[in-house]
Design a binder for this molecule. Sequence first.
Ligand SMILES: Nc1nc2c(ncn2[C@@H]2O[C@H](COP(=O)(O)OP(=O)(O)OP(=O)(O)O)[C@@H](O)[C@H]2O)c(=O)[nH]1
Ligand SMILES: [Zn+2]
Length: 356
Amino acid sequence: MTINLNNYGLTPTLKATADQQPTMTLARVTAQHREFYQVITATGELTAMVSGHQRHQASGNVDFPTVGDWVLLTATDSDQAQIQTILPRQSVLVRGAAVGDGQGQLIAANLNTVFICMSLNANFNVRRIERYLTMVWESGAQPVVVLTKADVTNNLAEQLAELEPVTIGVPVISCSAEMGTGLSELTPYLKAGQSVAFIGSSGVGKSTLINRLMGAEVMTTKTIRSADAHGRHATTHRQLLRLPAGAVVIDTPGMRELQLVAGDLDRSFVDIATLAAKCHFRDCQHETEPGCAVRKAVEAGELSPERLASYRKLQREMQYQGMDARQLEQAKVARMFGSRREMKKFLKSARPGGLV
Ligand SMILES: Nc1nc2c(ncn2[C@@H]2O[C@H](COP(=O)(O)OP(=O)(O)OP(=O)(O)O)[C@@H](O)[C@H]2O)c(=O)[nH]1
Ligand SMILES: [Zn+2]
């Protein structure tokens, strides 16, 4: 069997890199089950494991393969392929830490586009989009906002206007998988060689959308799932699938539970970052400092207070994420006492002999 890896997103650059190691086999990871990886090579599908050497060299989760990775394999006597190298990633979606610190859980690699899905019904929430955007910018992939279930809203224009300030430089598409409208706007991102993913809350219609694009029921949607109890056979869930349009869709189990814990706030809040550059103090917290351009913009009605609040909240969350246990404890105490100085005063007084 020969398989054209171009159909699985192989690029000339990757091919050239792989050709420098002619003794090894180029493959893409299509699924992961604990330490076993399903991979596809030019001659077919295989199961592979990480080589002892690679495992030994690894300094964190980022050094282990994930779905979407391009890897180089060697075969061992036992016919069990071994992953020796992970080729440089173009992007990587991580949960639980910043991409750089190596500890988070890898969700998928080498995505070109991540579709952030949100439905236009009661689920519509601008603040949630800010979170997802932050995470996708951090991954290195291009975010595209997809507003689903366009058939259930009657204030689309209003919702779009509400989104505009948070989606600076990000394409926004509205569609209905039910009616089949707006789907063609996704096609520029679905060309051969592209790898994409759909993220967003449960029930927003990601599976329905993927099924529509596949032109077949490959994903089990909510309605089908409820029928499972009555004996209907569930489709096996594939973690990497090819769309008729040419692109590859990556849909790992972790993709469904994505939450923000790390991200690139300067990209998702480029408006605030731009304003902050004009603050008098370089480390301005936009609280009470004089010459604060951010607060000035809020007062002038140019920046919504909700957006600033949301920025602060995400910033705080991320700060806590990056802290070790000792720092977290200190931050907690500092919050309790209002300031470090107050805390020190208290600790001093609490020490035996400290209180007279
Ligand atoms: N009205 C309307 N309903 C839709 C549309 N797309 C999906 N739905 C419905 O929304 C429900 C959830 O759809 P799913 O595709 O299972 O949602 P999901 O995002 O894949 O959910 P998870 O698998 O839990 O992540 C189903 O009952 C769909 O029929 C749409 O365009 N319009
Ligand atoms: Zn400021």
